[in-house]
Each structure stands twice: as C-alpha cells, then as structure tokens.
Ligand binder design. Structure first.
Ligand code: S3P
Length: 738
C-alpha cells in the first residue's frame, strides 16, 4: 500500500511515542519521522539514538509540514497540545493519538475544533511496559499487540485505512470499536486490574510489622500485582479521572463480588467459594481460547491438522468410542436446570459438548470436570440461570446453539449466541421462527444465520408446531422453551428423530407426553437431579463399523454403544447392504438402550437407502457414502437434503472427495447416486467438517494410494482421540500438524 505520507510527526517521545517513531523509522513506509517533545532533552536523545530522523525545533513548522500526526502525550495534556497545533493542521493531514482513554480525548477535540477534521481517528495501542522515556523506546513494542481505533462519525475511511495500515506495519493487530465501547472495555480489563494492584500493594505495604517479609516471601501471584503497581502514578491518576464513570461502575461490580466471596468464606459456604473459583478458572480458559480463535479441547490450537492415511490394512479388536454427543449436551442442560446434584459419567469431552458446558458455567452453574468423562453439575433449578457476562460462544456446535436458543428465549435476561465460521453459515431460522410464534424476540443475522440475539423477559405461550423438517434439534429447542411457556407446547415431526430430550426430561422427572409423532410438555414442573451414564456414540462408532464392513478379514467389537431406536439407521442400512453385524449384550442404561456391536467383513452390495432411515442415520451419511463406494453395484440416496446444511454441505463434500478418489458418483439435490468403484489415493477437502474428515480416513482401507485429508482439526468436536483409536485397530492414519 502506498501511503503518500512524506512527513510523520510524533508529538511526545515517551515510551509509546518513541517506540512508534523507532518502528516507523525502521520500516520506512511513513516518510521522514519527525519527533517533538516538550522536554528538549528528550527530543535530543531521540535524535541522537536514532529514534527519529529529525528533531522538530518548532512545533508550528513541524505541524504545518506533517501529513500524519501522532499525539503521544499524556491524556491530560491532549487538549493543550490540540489548542497549540489546531491552527496549523492542514486539511488533508491525518491525526491520531495513543491515549488510553478515548471519550475525554474526543471531548477535548470537540472543544478545540469547531468541526472534527475527517483525518482525525482516535486510537489506543494496548502495549506498554513499566519503563518510560525515549531512552526505553523499543521498535518491537507493538508486535503482536492489539491497537484499538475508535473512528468518529466524521472520520474518513481513508484515514481509518491509512492508520490501520500504519499500526499493522509495526506488527500490531488493529481492532475497531466505538469510543464508548473502548472506555467500557478498558475500564474492565485494564483500569480495574491496575486499581486492584495499586490498592493491594499499598495495603500490604502499610502493615508495619511484617511488610518486609511480605515482599521477601512474595509468591508468584503477589509478584504479578507488584509488577502492575510499578506503573506510572501520574498516568494512572489521569486515567482514573479521565475514565471515572466506567471505572467506578467496574469497581462497584468488583467490590460487590468481593463482598460476596468474603461472606461465603465467613460462613463456610463451599458452594459459593468453589463456584467462584471454578467459574473463574473456566472463564480464563474459555477466554484464552476465544482470543486465540479456537474452541474448547485442551489439545486444540489454531493450527492446521491434516490426516494422512496409507492404503490397506484390516480392522480388528475391541474398542469403546467416546460418549454420545447428543446425550452429553442434554446432560449438561438438564443437569443445570435440575434441583440437586447430577453426576454424569461417559461424558463426551469433545469441543461441541464442552461448548454447552461452558455456556452453562457462563450462566452461573457450578460444574466440576470433565475428568475422565465424569462431570458433576450443581443444578440451579428451572429458574436459576443467571445472565452470562458476554455472548455465549458455542464454536462449531449446532446442537448447542439450537437447543440453547429455546431455553434462552424464556429467560429473564438478554443473551447472544455466536459460533465459529462454519456455524455462522448454518440456518437458525428453523428455531427462531417457531420461537417467535411462541412470543420470543430473537434477532438473527441475514437469512436467519447466527449470531442470535435473544431478548429476555418475554412471556412465552405454548404452541402446536408441525415441523417442516425432521429435526431433533428443532423439536428439542421447542420442548425446552415449552418448560417455560404458558399452556401446552407440542411438536409434531414429519419422521421420527432422536428422542434423547424426551427420554432425559422424563428421566429427570419432568413429564413429556408422546402421542404418535407428537411430543408435548407443560410448564410448572421441576427437574430432579439424577445420574446419567452416557453410552458410546453410535455416530462415532459408525466410522469403525464401516471400516470393518468394507475391509476383508476384519472383525471388530465396539462396546457399550447407544442403540436408541431413533439412532440405529446405520445398523439397518449396513444390514440391508449385506453387512455381517451382531448386537451383543443388549441392555438398558439410564433410560437408553445399549449394546456391544460386533461387525465382520462381508461383501456389501448397493441399495436404495430407504427414506425412512435417513433421519435415523442423519449424521452417518459421510461414512455410508464410503461404504457405498466400496459396495458392489449402485447405491441411491434420496430424501437427504438436510445433509446440505450440516457442518458442511455433506453431499457436495462427499461427491467432490470421492470423485478425486476416482469413484463414480453424482450428487443430486437430496442425495447421490454412488457406483461401487475402486478407490485411488488423492488429497480431499474436509471443509472443516469432522465427519467428512473421518469418513475419508476410513476410505484408505480400500484405496490403492495414500489419502490426504485437509482441515481435520474439527474432529475434536465429536471424537477426541480418533486417530489413536483408528491406529489401534489397524487403520494406517497419521495426524500431521502444520
Ligand atoms: C442432533 C440432531 C441432528 C444431528 C446433530 C445432533 C441433536 O440434527 O444431525 O448432529 O443432538 O439433536 P437435526 O436435528 O438438525 O437433524
């Protein structure tokens, strides 16, 4: 980008101004760097140490020549400097500042300029150190730091662009927000913590008898406070005055929280103490992940994950796959709404269900774990949820967003539900529309996409809803809303879909009645805490069932798999294709049927998949497409248009990938026609969809060359440990991180 800046003037060569001057001087994109400091000694040091190209002797001359002016003076001095320079600023000159509060800088500018110049864009680099003065200037100070620009209504977009580029050129990441938002955010995240540090260190230092000991034995935590308390007192004095109102509001919130904790300690209230500590720890993890742009699992980082699967191998052994995703989500939701303590075992520690778990922690529920699949939920009762501190971020999880929307539409507080890039493309009108019929107020982005902004305090009314699509998520959403709605809420489904919500509500003692294809709830009942044993997820087991079914000499047993009749489409479909599949040791665990599934190789044949099986196998189609490509003859899938709005367009993703592997396959609007074919190697795209990634890894068992699958990080949403488990049974897949 050509900046057309020939002269950049930095007024104030303290740490920030000096560091910016030095960095800009090094990158040579902002013309001559001219420095001015009201202390001539500082200006001279700046020149002598190479921080600036030119030391300005006359501020007036320097301002008249400047194309870009950066005001790096203390916030309190800003108005005086503006008064001095305003008459000499040219019309095209760009002006910004680095003050750590913004409303007062803007107020000063309004007083000084009769009309705010279009080149004025206030800014704030979130960087600094305890050092000060031009001698401490550090050209790397802004690298990987955030800079907030707060454009005004008068600011031109050109000015915003040039200043964005300027900060990026010194390694910073630029965020844009309003002045008000900036001051509120900074009061909470910077000004309040500084107040706490100053006050704590001051208080402890005043303890006459043992203050040396306190400092001598200072452990890590306290040392951090003393570091922050080492910041410049005058600057902080000015900030307190400049951002008084926002800071006072944060101090009040904090003192109330502290008083609460004090009271809990005084009367030994473990629940409040543990609640505060657990929530705080979880919040820290949550925010670090949001900030690094990743979701929830410990292993996830922002990196690229690729699966590379060598051809051949066979599949044998006895395995257990992770817990059922649908049941895991619901265990957290209903456990949170129950009275009493719910113990969950077998919980899926995948990112999707962890997203739900975090959402409830954000709404004040104390949840311990997960620890080896065990979770303890201290239920708050049907009306016990609290307003979360910010938007509920649910990552990749459609189930979290859709089910939560029903629950949240009925709460007293406002909420916002947001998700990752894939989820942001998925349709939410299917839940927002019927919820609106119940009286909910929900705002979506264009075309009913996330984020969802849900207004609290709405009295919902029960409705009868004929679902236009077979969706367990929509059904569950409405039933959860129905717990709070006046009168009866009933949902009729066009075809059976998974009924975990109905079963689990009944398991918690909350009556749900079933009349044919209609499920109904009434308000006014309580949920009573219970134990939940989550069976292994049949959708995860599917990849291994298909692996064994397509590979000669395979013999695999998958233990403790949930075989709820609304989920066994995959068993029915594989059997119709000729698979050798046995259900052993059938039993019921906590209201859900479970079995061990033994599957041995037998040649598969193509079929027309019965449409009534489609909703019962809705998540299994990526793997079914692989089975079909390895079967003899033609497999036809119809009535499966829902696949186009899953984590990816699963019809397109499978058609594209299988074509790359040489299969003879054509996509249709609602399915595909797949000829049994020999599969070659190749590189396929998962489109960030966990099930597409796993399906293609399994295809390698029958391919003649290596299959590389791109963008597999999201496998962690539903199946942590997939690669290791696949390797343990004989699939030659490796995970590579880039
Ligand atoms: C789910 C329902 C299904 C399924 C999803 C989980 C659930 O979605 O695809 O993975 O837990 O209720 P739809 O109900 O939208 O088909």
């Amino acid at each position: 980008m050509s900046t057309c800046i020939r002269n950049t003037l930095i007024i104030g060569l303290g740490l920030i101004g000096g560091s910016l001057a030095k960095a800009l001087r090094q990158n040579r994109q902002y013309g001559q760097i001219v420095g001015y400091d009201r202390d001539p000694e500082e200006t001279k040091i700046g020149l002598d140490s190479g921080v600036v190209d030119v030391a300005a002797n006359s501020l007036v001359d320097a301002v008249s020549d400047a194309d870009l002016i950066v005001l790096a003076v203390p916030v309190k001095a800003m108005e005086k400097v503006l008064v001095d320079i305003a008459p000499f600023i040219r019309e095209t000159t760009l002006i910004t500042d680095v003050g750590s509060t913004k409303a007062n800088v803007v107020e000063a500018a309004v007083r000084v300029f009769s009309v705010i110049p279009p080149g004025f864009v206030p800014g704030h680099p979130i960087a600094g150190s305890e050092k000060s003065g031009v001698a401490a200037a550090d050209s790397t100070l802004f690298e990987k730091h955030k800079v907030i620009l707060t454009p005004l209504a008068e600011s031109s977009s050109k000015a915003v662009n040039v200043l964005t580029h300027m900060w990026e050129s010194v390694g910073a990441e630029v965020l844009v927000m309003t002045v008000g938002k900036h001051d509120e955010v900074l009061a909470a995240t910077s000004h309040l913590p500084h107040m706490l540090a100053f006050s704590l260190v001051d208080t402890l230092a005043q303890e006459q008898d043992n203050n040396t000991d306190i400092f001598r034995y200072a452990a890590g935590g306290f040392r951090d406070f003393t570091r922050i308390a080492g910041s410049d007192p005058t600057m902080w004095h000015d900030i307190c005055l400049a951002n008084k109102n926002a800071l006072l509001a944060q101090l009040d919130r904090y003192t109330a929280g502290l008083a609460n904790l004090r009271a809990a300690i005084e009367c030994g209230d473990s629940e409040t103490m543990l609640g505060t500590f657990t929530r705080a720890r979880a919040a820290r993890e949550h925010f670090s992940r949001i900030l690094s742009g990743t979701a929830y699992s410990q292993l996830m980082t922002n990196q690229q994950v690729i699966f590379r699967a060598q051809p051949g191998g066979s599949v044998s052994g006895k395995i257990r796959v992770p817990g059922d995703k649908s049941i895991s989500h619901r265990s957290i939701m209903l456990g949170s709404l129950a009275d009493g303590v719910t113990e969950v075992s077998g919980f899926l520690e995948g990112e999707d269900s962890l997203a739900t778990l975090q959402a409830f922690r954000d709404m004040g529920v104390v949840i311990e774990g997960p620890d080896a699949g065990n979770v303890t939920i201290y239920g708050v009762g049907v009306n016990g949820l609290k307003a979360p501190p910010g938007p509920l971020y649910v990552g990749n999880s459609g189930t979290s967003m859709r089910l939560l929307s029903g629950l949240l539409a009925a709460q007293a507080f406002d909420t916002e539900l947001s998700g990752d890039e894939s989820l942001t493309k998925r349709p939410m009108g299917r839940v927002a529309d019927p919820l609106r019929l119940m009286g909910a107020e929900i705002e979506t982005a264009e075309n009913g996409r996330p984020p969802l902004k849900i207004k609290g305090g709405k009295a919902l009314k029960g409705i009868h809803y004929d679902m236009p699509m077979a969706s367990a998520q929509v059904k569950s959403c409405l039933l959860l809303a129905g717990i709070y709605a006046e009168g009866e809420t009933s949902v009729t489904e066009p075809a059976p879909t998974r009924d975990h919500t109905e079963r689990m509500l009944n398991g918690f003692g909350y009556p749900v009645s079933q009349n044919g294809s209609t499920a109904s709830v009434k308000p006014g009942n309580q949920l009573h805490a219970t134990r939940i044993d989550v069976p292994a997820d049949i959708s995860s087991a599917t990849f291994f069932m298909v692996a064994a079914a397509i590979t000669p000499e395979s013999d695999l047993t998958i233990e403790h798999v949930g075989i709820n009749p609304t989920r066994i489409g995959i068993i029915n479909i594989l059997r119709l294709m000729g698979a050798n599949l046995e259900l052993l040791n059938e039993r019921e665990v906590g209201g859900e049927p479970v079995a061990d599934i033994r599957i041995r190789y037998a040649p598969l044949k193509g079929i027309h998949v019965p449409e009534d099986q489609v909703p019962l196998a809705i998540d299994e189609f990526p793997a079914i497409f692989i089975a079909a490509a390895c079967a003899e003859g033609t497999t036809i899938v119809t009535g499966a248009e829902e696949l186009r709005v899953k984590e990816s367009d699963r019809i397109q993703a499978m058609v594209d990938g299988l074509k790359i592997l040489g299969a003879n396959i054509e996509g249709t609007e609602d399915g595909a026609v797949i000829e049994g074919s020999e599969l070659s190697g190749g590189t396929v795209e998962s489109h960030d969809d966990h099930r597409i990634a796993m399906a293609f890894a399994v295809a390698s068992l029958r391919s003649t060359g290596t299959i590389t699958v791109n963008d597999c990080a999201n496998v962690a949403t539903s199946f942590p440990g997939f690669v290791e488990l696949a390797q343990s049974v004989g699939i030659k897949v490796e995970r590579e991180e880039g």
